[in-house]
Write a protein that binds this ligand. Sequence first.
Ligand code: TRP
Length: 336
Amino acid sequence: MHKTKVLTGITTTGTPHLGNYAGAIKPAIEQSWQDDIQSYYFMADYHALIKGRDPERIHQSTLEITATWLALGLDTDRVTFYRQSDVPEIMELSWLIGCMTAKGLMNRAHAYKAAVQTNEEKGEADPDKGITMGLFSYPVLMAADILMFNADKVPVGRDQIQHLEMARDIAGRMNHHYKTCFTLPEVIVGENTATLSGLDGRKMSKSYDNTIPLFCSEKKLLKLMRKIKTNSLAPGEPKETDGCTLFQIYAAFASEAEIAEKRQQYAEGASWGDLKNQLFEHLNAQLREPRARYNALMKDRAFMQAELKKGADKARAEATPFMAEVRKAVGIRPFA
Ligand code: TRP
């Protein structure tokens, strides 16, 4: 049976939060159970260097993300789960395809353009001030991540669509010029997956500092629930579910029937205090077990290291021979 290859990367810059779980981790783990899918999930730690320069933070984030996915039941026998930096072939491929990538294409990357625009708005003499080659060539490394394994489908957030178009463009150029057979990856933007709001009602994101960590302690979770912004409607007054952060988080963790019941409580004027306590109870019931596994994993570094080694071995079993072919195709080959 031909399996569809699904690949996605997680940049190791932060602590996994409820929004990551609902929008990316949960759907990815569920999908990995399908028999017609071969999944590749990896920690994009080289990408993380573009966004952060605190070595401890990057290391800690890599640990936390690894422990999170394992605690939530990712089956590393079914899935290839690895660290980008453990597969050096990806960096090699990144250079080769970089030599086939038009600089003009990179000039049009949203992230780069936004950085230039910020400089211009600030009246900087140099529009490239503070912009590194890492940031500029981010899409090339991302294309290498994807093309290395000939991924068919790449689930990402909306902000990554352009990067997928670039990966296809680069694959096309390689295939055209060198007659390589890179798969042109298709983007999947999770239409049905939830984007959660954070404590202040804006999108839950590390950059807004409004996140609720997935595996914080019970006490902290309750404290954060109480901090979620609501309006000033009094107990007894009917409340809107639309646009309500509490409701939205609840919905991401509840069945249809539970959601319907919750709507009813809103309509009947449940108090914000009660709704917050109930949300805490509901989340905590689901998080208790994986949280315990997470805490145990965080103490068992050797186990996590072995899991990642297993993933890297599987990844390299594909990447090493494939890279040898690509090298040959571009003219870098043994003499005899
Ligand atoms: N750029 C992605 C993000 O910020 C992370 C990433 C790196 C990625 N390499 C990838 C996603 C390859 C999918 C495929 O979300």
